[in-house]
Design a protein around this ligand. Sequence first.
Ligand SMILES: Nc1nc(=O)c2c([nH]1)NC[C@@H]1CN(c3ccc(C(=O)N[C@@H](CCC(=O)O)C(=O)O)cc3)C=[N+]21
Length: 369
Amino acid sequence: MQKTNKRICKILGGFLTETIIIKGKETADLIKDRIRLATTKLAQDPFNIQPKLAVILVGHNPASEIYVKQKVKYAAEVGVLTEIHRLDEEVDFDTLLALIKKLNADESVNGVILQLPLPLHLKPYTYKAMIAIDSKKDADCFNPKNIGLTFLDRANIVPCTSHGVLQLLDQYNVEVQGKHVVIVGASNIVGKPLALELINRNATVSVCNIHTKNIRNITKSADILVVAIGHAKFFDHSYVNEDCVVIDVGINQLFNKSYNPELKAEVEMFGLEKVAREFAATNKLTLEEATDKVSNSIKEQFTVGDVDFHDLLGKCAMVSKVPGGVGLLTVANLLHNTLILTLLQKKLDFTDFGLERRYIRDNRDLSHK
Ligand SMILES: Nc1nc(=O)c2c([nH]1)NC[C@@H]1CN(c3ccc(C(=O)N[C@@H](CCC(=O)O)C(=O)O)cc3)C=[N+]21
């Protein structure tokens, strides 16, 4: 972000940076439109193909249930079929492996994902299970072959969440070449692949973790700070400089102190609008205020990121929202990967389906690499 672009407002004699809030919906909708265009054509003669994503869900992790629901909903919106395969919490590894093999062999299935985390007793088998998924159906792009192609910048598909971070930066015209990007959190599914993609785009990358000494010295020197540690509201303004662009990848559930089960029961019975109207009348609020209050009181838990969002407002150039930020792109990219995998499996030409040439990685000029 260039300084000249920054909007500054004067408040009570002092200057406050007006922080731009980065939202994911617009970018996710663009990706969804692109997928829908392609699936519409695929569904017709002479192709008659509908891409299908199989999701394996083991046990009843509440967060996983929410994510999977989100994936199924998005898939339906863009013309991708989904198939949920539920396994018991206590299932043994061999049964899981047999299911993965069955889905690998099933020609009607184009993408397979194994929702993480696995239950405790299966955790040590996570790697074995992930590599069992056929690299040609690996919609998450977690397989060593696919992540290796990302490393070499020759991949047709890339990991969904890290790529979403880059798409958000693109959407908000934040150039990464030559910038110091600091990533906190070095996981296999976010931090590491993001570092790879940033290196491929000529950024200067620092990757920090829990053991990093004097971490604030590093994060304060960031032009772009990406946090993915899974610790609610960890990063306040003491970690950033005022020109920093902050991308929050964290998804954490907090218990809602203003949860009101009676109100929830009323909303379930009479609907939000009616309850909010009554609430507005009894508490002398506008309908909008009452709707906000009621909606906030009927959730047992709510989602926050790794960033202390309100503390950062006015203290940095841009900050992304949670929910409503990177998470939306994770899902959109998963379906985009499913589409790409389908086209590759059927040996179809990407450009016939409205996909830009940049998705045909092999045709890019990579001779220098
Ligand atoms: N094999 C595998 N692949 C994954 O891609 C994978 C996974 N395991 N395990 C867990 C993480 C997390 N993840 C998200 C999916 C959707 C939202 C999402 O839809 N977020 C919305 C709503 C969130 C909310 O309201 O709670 C948002 O941020 O606006 C977020 C995060 C995929 N993951």
